[in-house]
Write a protein that binds this ligand. Structure first.
Ligand code: MF3
Ligand code: CO
Length: 249
């Protein structure tokens, strides 16, 4: 069952989403060659706590950190370590916030200094794919209209979308129904209704869509070793354009 959020619940989710957005904006300011992924995690964790939230991922199914930092060919769920970012890397930072009984979830890929033209294009197209997906999250549309918009834009630009990780409903749980795939034909799945809350999160690969999980049990990497980017927003379906809770406005 896909839960419909009340106005009061949406207000709290907006606060959770705002903390996600603030944390990612702050992280953007410290991304530079030489910073370790563990330092990024501590910085984000401190900021989330300072804003009155709790990190949603820490302890989730045993995940050992407050945020995920996935570098270059790492797709999602990179566990922070002493590894330092280097000039030319791209780093995807994914963070969830728990606030007054509700969750927010957001992710962004950052360039570390000057990056390759391919990396720059991959980041741009992935973010555009997310924005196109969000633009389909309107009451009366079907769930897979979001999926199709994302896949079409990524593939038109010569990239591929990851199949084995998907977006999700979100609210009192980090992951609620429905799953939100980043691929598929249009016009399928449940009809979207005003008040549904979705975390839409395309992961787009420069090469093949295939991924595998490393021996740490978490870090997903591209099978071909090529770059991957990840952007995510938490949105509320409405009659007109959805409200994006994890964007600072
Ligand atoms: N945004 C991802 C998701 O919704 C991140 C989850 S990380 C985990 O699945 F540690 F919480 F699993
Ligand atoms: Co998510």
């Amino acid at each position: 069952m896909i839960l419909i959020k009340s106005a009061g619940e949406i207000e709290i989710m907006a606060s959770a989403g705002r903390i996600c957005a603030l944390a990612l904006e702050a992280v953007k300011g410290i991304i530079a060659p030489g910073i370790s992924t563990k330092e990024i995690e501590k910085f984000a964790h401190d900021l989330i706590k300072k804003e009155g939230g709790q990190p949603a991922f820490l302890g989730y199914r045993g995940y050992p950190a407050a945020v995920c930092v996935s570098i270059n060919e790492q797709v999602v769920h990179g566990i922070p370590t002493g590894r330092k970012l280097r000039e030319g890397d791209i780093a995807s930072v994914d963070l969830g916030v728990y606030y007054k009984g509700f969750y927010g979830d957001a992710a962004k890929t950052f360039a570390v200094g000057e990056v390759s033209p391919e990396a720059r294009k991959l980041m741009r197209v992935t973010e555009e794919s997310l924005d196109l997906g969000i633009s389909r999250a309107v009451a009366g549309a079907r769930l897979s209209d979001i999926s199709h918009a994302i896949q079409t834009h990524a593939e038109e630009n010569g990239f591929s979308v990851v199949r084995s990780f998907v977006g999700h409903g979100i609210g009192r749980a980090l992951h609620e129904e429905p799953q939100v795939p980043n691929f598929g034909p249009p016009g399928k799945g449940p009809r979207l209704l005003r008040g549904m809350a979705l975390a839409i999160e395309p992961m787009v690969n420069a090469g093949s869509w295939k991924v595998r999980v490393l021996g740490d049990g978490w870090t997903a990497v591209t099978e071909d070793g090529r770059l991957s980017a990840h952007y995510e927003h938490t949105v509320i379906v409405d009659e007109g354009q959805p409200s994006v809770l994890t964007r600072l406005s």
